[in-house]
Ligand binder design. Structure first.
Ligand code: NAD
Ligand code: UD1
Length: 334
């Protein structure tokens, strides 16, 4: 049985991925500093998967603690989710984003190298395609970024690519996520940001639940079919399964390889709101407001490479995403 270290495993995408790993027979140890998640997520994971992952509460910035995790167990591979992810905050606190995401990753890679761990699956983002590439985005396109968060993803991809060039027995799978939304259908795991959400789906769900008065749609004057921005939303459970495909791939490949994980379809803000209202039979009051600085009119994946090479495609549709996000927000939290 293989043992996987999952950094950031109590977070939104990490927790869903740990469920899928446990269900597929992997042993899992989570390393997380709980800066954006709760230890109780492990209970929810156990309830769903019927098995409990180990949890090490530690910070990737603490190199000794990261090495101690590798001293304490043999890991066959690492899935690296841990990082800070708020674009606006990264513009306000660039040093903190570079330090947390880059130093934390370097400490992890160093411990892997010292302990002979040669497989990593890294959480990258569609944001690495920068502002100028046309959609659909293809993995061969150039990478760049418009904010410190995005640059950390570009840089970590570069570091892993250079490391694999120097160490030909190492495998780094760079997964470029599009817009993961939804929640576990049990209602026990989901996207539960602290404070007022930045992202669309958690905001929609809180308005529907009466926790926020109304949604502001950021601009309806884009050059898109209904004037609102297009995004490639994918269900977080589909995304989680993509990590298992990536681990399978790493068993007989070396080198660094990037894959888009998206559906390949762009849908608009208004389409998503309407789907949520129809699927859940609930009103989501909204107003049209000004554009949000930094938003791109539309981007979506070319998802062919993940299908052909990893054998992965997104199976769940926008109605599943809306239903599960609504179930999650209605499920009482301890
Ligand atoms: P999340 O914030 O829910 O999970 C990240 C986890 O990492 C949290 O549990 C947090 O406590 C932990 N963490 C942060 N810094 C740490 C550190 N220094 N040491 C140990 N633990 C630390 O975020 P998520 O949405 O699950 O995203 C996971 C990864 O996927 C992130 O790297 C993010 O940048 C990337 N990503 C997310 C999205 C998205 O839409 N959610 C899109 C593209 C890429
Ligand atoms: C944002 C990040 C991106 C990150 C992604 C997932 C920015 C510029 N980009 O992408 O790097 O990978 O989150 O975490 O922040 N919207 C509204 N009203 C709202 C919230 C959002 O109309 O209250 C619209 C936005 O204008 C956008 C769409 O909904 O068109 C999706 O927004 P969001 O969920 O924040 O994701 P992205 O902007 O695509």
């Amino acid at each position: 049985m293989e043992h996987i270290l999952v950094t950031g495993g109590t977070g939104f995408i990490g927790s869903h991925t740990v469920v899928e790993l446990l269900r597929s027979g992997y042993d899992v140890t989570i390393l997380d500093n709980l800066s954006n998640s709760e230890a109780s997520v492990v209970d929810a994971i156990e309830q769903i998967a019927g098995r409990r992952p180990a949890l090490i509460v530690a910070d990737l910035l603490d190199a000794a603690a990261v090495n101690a995790a590798f001293d304490g167990a043999h890991f066959d591979g690492v899935i690296h989710f841990a990082g800070l992810k708020a674009v606006g905050e990264s513009v306000q606190k660039p040093w903190w984003y570079y330090h947390n995401n880059l130093t934390g990753s370097l400490n992890l890679f160093d411990a892997m190298a010292k302990h002979g761990c040669k497989t990593i699956v890294f959480s990258s983002s569609a944001t690495v395609y920068g502002p100028d590439n046309p959609s659909p985005y293809v993995e061969t396109m150039s990478t760049s970024a418009t904010n410190p968060y995005g640059w950390t993803k570009v840089m970590i991809e570069r570091i892993l690519t250079d490391y694999t060039a120097a160490h030909p027995d190492f495998c780094a799978v760079l997964l470029r996520y599009f817009n993961p939304i939804g929640a576990h259908p049990s209602g026990l795991l989901g996207d539960d940001p602290n404070g007022i959400p930045n992202n669309l789906m958690p905001y929609v769900a809180r308005v529907a639940a009466g926790q926020l008065p109304k949604l502001t749609v950021f601009g309806d004057d884009y050059d898109t079919p209904d004037g609102t921005c297009l995004r490639d939303y994918l269900h977080v459970v589909d995304l989680a399964k993509g990590h298992l495909s990536a681990l399978e791939y790493a068993k007989d490949h070396t080198g660094a390889e990037a894959f888009n994980l998206g559906t390949g379809n762009g849908i608009s803000v208004l389409e998503l709101i309407n789907a949520f209202m129809k699927e859940n039979h609930i009103d989501v009051p909204y107003v049209i407001g000004p554009r949000r600085d930094g938003d791109l009119p539309g981007f979506w994946a070319n998802a062919d490479k993940a299908k052909e090479v990893l054998g992965w495609t997104a199976k769940l549709d926008v109605n599943d995403m809306c239903r599960d996000a609504w179930t999650f927000i209605q499920t009482p939290k301890d």
